[in-house]
Design a binder for this molecule. Structure first.
Ligand SMILES: Cc1ncc(COP(=O)(O)O)c(C=O)c1O
Length: 389
């Protein structure tokens, strides 16, 4: 007999990316180089000027110290400048808490909003870490179904029908992981209005907001003077500046919400590392052009991926695609996404994620993070899908 663990956590599946990466050890070596479409990580390095700037800070005696829980004021002020440019609205430093990735921002949002037994309406296909966190905390995810004809976009009418007495929030990811679909500013506004009507929160995870083609404004909620009453943003500079390992996230919410979230921040992590904060400050002050160039490159990757994938002779069907991701229906009826993803590793040297990790009943799909690979590798990647029989 050994100590008991919480059944809430033992009942949660193992992190899917770790699971599929374990398959690599058993992969037959056929001489083909692996094409990794699994974890969404920009293939390029951070801007060299950013790395150089940070290397000059390593001897600063302050750099190894804690910062205030919410982050250094000058960094949050610089982030506010970025929000002014990106969202055309005034967000104040008191609305921001810098976090250990968007991942921790999500935990802060949820523990500040919900008690065990509460419910969150989650648009499927979802980002798997979200329901994992909800399940661990004893919060019930209520899932708005994926409708392929809607291209993976949330339907506010369907979402509103799922709201009940215990609902505390609606959770949407835009651009979506796993479908890449971009929810329009109008739909985001409608979802916000639904949240307001029910006096709950709209939580929007905008981890991929810099990959919206043309750099279009994702929404105008921050221009509403009352946004803080019902809107919480989860954001990340991890993908934006190719700094996923720096854990450069942030929570943006009303000042009273941030005030309470800081109680959890203090007990969880205290603060985002200072070096990360300096990376964020440098990025928002100097790298708009670098970000725009990478966004254009990602748009070209998407265009090429679609063009190649839609050529005749491909039995995989493109159900949705957009910033960074493609959501693909596989042709092997009766097989789970796991079985197909495993075959893709073994027989085509392609690493991707099974659909069922993104929601119940999604075994017919796999997710491809084509944003991970360079343009010249895309035709070969697509050829490997075509060849799988
Ligand atoms: C939708 C979504 N939210 C959050 C995260 C986590 O981001 P971070 O690395 O900033 O914690 C990811 C990472 O892939 C993601 O896809």
């Amino acid at each position: 007999m050994s100590m008991m663990m919480s059944p809430l956590i033992t009942g949660v599946h193992f992190p899917p990316i770790s699971e599929v990466k374990r398959w690599l050890a058993e992969r037959p070596l056929d001489g083909r180089e692996l094409i990794d479409l699994c974890q969404a990580v920009p293939d390029y390095l951070p801007a060299p000027e950013l790395t150089e700037h940070l290397s000059g800070l390593l001897t600063d005696p302050l750099i190894s110290k804690y910062s205030p829980d919410e982050g250094i004021l000058e960094v949050r002020e610089a982030v506010c400048g970025y929000y002014g440019r990106k969202y055309g609205a005034q967000v104040s430093p008191g609305n921001i808490c810098l976090t250990i990735g968007a991942s921790q921002a999500f935990w802060l949002a949820i523990v500040t909003l919900c008690r065990a037994g509460d419910e969150v309406v989650v648009q499927a296909p979802y980002y798997f870490d979200h329901p994992m966190a909800l399940d661990i905390l004893g919060i019930k995810g209520v899932y708005a179904s994926f409708v392929e004809a809607d291209g993976g976009l949330p339907n506010p009418v369907a979402i509103e029908k799922l709201i009940g007495d215990r609902t505390r929030a609606i959770l949407v990811v835009s651009p979506s992981n796993p479908t890449g679909a971009i929810t329009s500013p109008e739909t985001i506004r409608t979802l916000f209005d639904v949240a307001k009507r029910h006096n709950i929160a709209l939580i929007l995870d905008e981890t991929y907001n810099e990959f919206i083609p043309g750099g279009l404004r994702p929404h105008d909620l921050f221009s509403d003077p009352a946004w803080g009453g019902h809107f919480i943003q989860i954001a990340s500079f991890g993908k934006t500046y190719a700094l996923t390992g720096y854990r450069a996230g942030l929570l943006v919410a009303s000042e009273p919400f941030i005030h309470n979230a800081l109680k959890a921040q203090d007990t969880m992590v205290v603060c985002q590392p200072r070096i990360t904060q300096h990376a964020v400050k440098y990025g928002v002050e100097h790298l708009d052009g670098w970000v725009a160039a990478n966004r254009d490159m990602m748009t070209r990757r998407h265009d090429l991926f679609r063009e190649e994938f839609l050529q005749p002779g491909n039995r995989f069907r493109l159900a949705a695609s957009g910033a960074f991701f493609a959501w693909v229906h596989h042709p092997f009826e009766g097989c789970s996404g796991r079985q197909v993803a495993k075959r893709l590793v073994d027989e085509a040297a392609i690493l991707c994620l099974p659909g069922e990790v993104f929601g119940p009943g999604l075994e017919g799909y796999v997710r491809l993070a084509f944003g991970n690979i360079r343009e010249e590798a895309i035709p070969e990647a697509v050829r490997r899908f075509r060849e799988l029989v």
